[in-house]
Write a protein that binds this ligand. Structure first.
Ligand code: CA
Length: 378
C-alpha cells in the first residue's frame, strides 16, 4: 500500500514538474520570439547587429628573434623604452586569416559603383546620419567654422566608416598590427611597402598607449588597425586627432565630438579648399573624346576646364568657370557601362582619407543625402 501511494505521489509530483517545465519553456519561447521580432525589445536589450561577430582566432607568435628586432626598431623610432616595448609586444597574438583580408580584390571581379552606392546611400544609414547631425549640430557647425570643412562631409565619412559608431571593429589593434608587421603576405603586389607601413603604424600605436597613464593595449579596431568613430590609423591619430570638446583628452573611441573635430582637421591638413565643390556631372562630345589621355592621370586633377573641353568633355556652366585642375573619374558598374564625374582638387582631398574614388563618392553622396533631409526638415 505504502509503496503504491508513494508511486502515485511520485507520479503526481513528476507530472506537475513536467507541466511546470512545459509551461516555463512555452513562455521562454514566446518571450524569445518577441525579443527577436520586436525592434523595441532589441533596442532595450542592446541586442543589435554589432554584437554578432565572427570568432577571431589567434595563435602565439613563433620564434622570438624577429619580434626582438621589431621591438628594437620601434623603441628607436618612437623613442620608447626598449623593455617596455618588448613587454607589450610579448602580449600580442598572431591573428589567423588576416593575410587574406589585406590582399587586393581579384582583378577578375569588376568594381561596381552601383553596388557600392546601394550599400552606403540607403535609408537606414541616411536616417542614422540625420540623427547624428541633430545630436551633434553644435560640434558640426563649430568644426565647419574652425576648419572650413562642411558638416556634410564629416557626417558622410563617419557614416561610411562606422555607421555612426556602430561598427568600430572587434580586432585587438595590438594583435593585427603585430601580425601584419611580421607576417604580411609576400604575394601582395606592394608587400614590402605595406609591411613597412604596418610596422610604422604599430610604433605609433605603442607610442599612443605609452602616452596614456592607464594605457592598455586592449583597444579594438578594424582588421587593419583603424580605430574609433572615424577609423583613424595610429599615425593619423597622432597627427590629426584633436580634443574638440575641450575635456583635456583626445578620445576617438567613445567621443563623437572629438571624432567630428578630428575628421575636419584631417581634411584641412590635406588641403581642403573651403567653398570648392567636390565634383561636377559630365557628358561627352564623342567626336572629340580623348578618353585615354583624360584617364591617364587617374584621379589626380591634371586638366583645366578648357583643356577638358578640348578633349571632348562637356561641362555645365559652373564647372566651365572652375579655377584649378580637374580629373575625369571613371567608376565601373560591373558589366554595365561605367559612370563618370569630373573631380576637383577637393575630390582628391577626400580620397586621402581612403585612396579610392568609389569611397570618396560614397562619402560625398551619403553626406549630401543627409544634408538634404536636414534642410527639408527646417
Ligand atoms: Ca576630448
Amino acid at each position: 500500500m505504502c509503496s503504491r501511494y508513494f508511486l502515485y505521489f511520485l507520479c503526481c509530483v513528476t507530472s506537475s514538474i513536467f507541466l511546470t517545465q512545459l509551461l516555463r519553456n512555452f513562455f521562454i519561447v514566446l518571450a524569445t520570439s518577441f525579443a527577436l521580432t520586436s525592434p523595441l525589445a532589441a533596442f532595450a536589450t542592446g541586442h543589435s547587429k554589432k554584437h554578432v561577430v565572427q570568432q577571431i582566432r589567434t595563435l602565439p607568435f613563433g620564434p622570438q628573434a624577429e619580434m626582438a628586432q621589431l621591438a628594437n626598431a620601434i623603441s628607436q623610432n618612437q623613442e620608447l623604452p626598449a623593455a617596455w616595448v618588448r613587454r607589450h609586444l610579448s602580449h600580442a597574438r598572431r591573428v589567423q586569416g588576416l593575410e587574406k583580408l589585406v590582399m587586393p580584390p581579384p582583378t577578375s571581379s569588376p568594381k561596381n559603383w552601383a553596388a557600392y552606392q546601394a550599400r552606403f546611400i540607403e535609408p537606414r544609414r541616411i536616417q542614422a546620419g540625420v540623427q547624428f547631425w541633430q545630436t551633434h549640430r553644435e560640434a558640426l557647425e563649430r568644426a565647419q567654422n574652425t576648419y572650413g570643412v562642411p558638416a556634410e562631409l564629416v557626417v558622410g565619412v563617419i557614416g561610411v566608416e562606422t555607421f555612426y559608431g556602430q561598427h568600430m571593429g572587434k580586432y585587438k589593434v595590438l594583435d593585427v598590427l603585430t601580425t601584419l608587421a611580421l607576417h604580411f603576405p609576400p604575394e601582395h603586389p606592394r608587400a614590402q611597402e605595406r609591411q613597412a607601413f604596418f610596422k610604422s603604424e604599430l610604433g605609433y600605436f605603442l607610442k599612443m598607449v605609452h602616452a596614456q597613464p592607464k594605457g592598455q593595449p586592449t583597444i579594438t579596431g578594424s582588421y587593419a588597425g583603424a580605430m574609433g568613430w572615424p577609423q583613424f590609423m595610429p599615425s593619423s591619430w597622432s597627427r590629426f586627432a584633436v580634443d574638440f570638446d575641450g575635456d583635456g583628452r583626445i578620445d576617438l573611441l567613445k567621443n563623437p565630438v572629438d571624432a567630428i573635430g578630428s575628421v575636419a582637421n584631417y581634411f584641412k591638413a590635406f588641403g581642403w579648399q573651403t567653398g570648392m565643390p567636390t565634383h561636377y556631372p559630365v557628358r561627352f562630345d564623342e567626336s572629340k573624346l580623348d578618353k585615354s589621355t583624360l584617364l591617364a592621370p587617374d584621379i589626380l586633377p591634371s586638366f583645366s576646364a578648357d583643356s577638358m573641353r578640348d578633349k571632348g568633355v562637356l561641362l555645365e556652366a559652373e564647372a566651365q568657370q572652375h579655377k584649378g585642375n580637374l580629373a575625369l573619374v571613371e567608376l565601373f558598374n560591373g558589366t554595365d557601362a561605367p559612370s563618370y564625374v569630373v573631380g576637383t582638387e577637393n575630390f582628391y582631398v577626400v580620397t586621402r582619407y581612403n585612396w579610392s574614388s568609389y569611397y570618396a563618392l560614397a562619402v560625398i553622396e551619403l553626406g549630401a543625402a543627409i544634408a538634404s533631409e536636414i534642410n527639408n526638415a527646417r
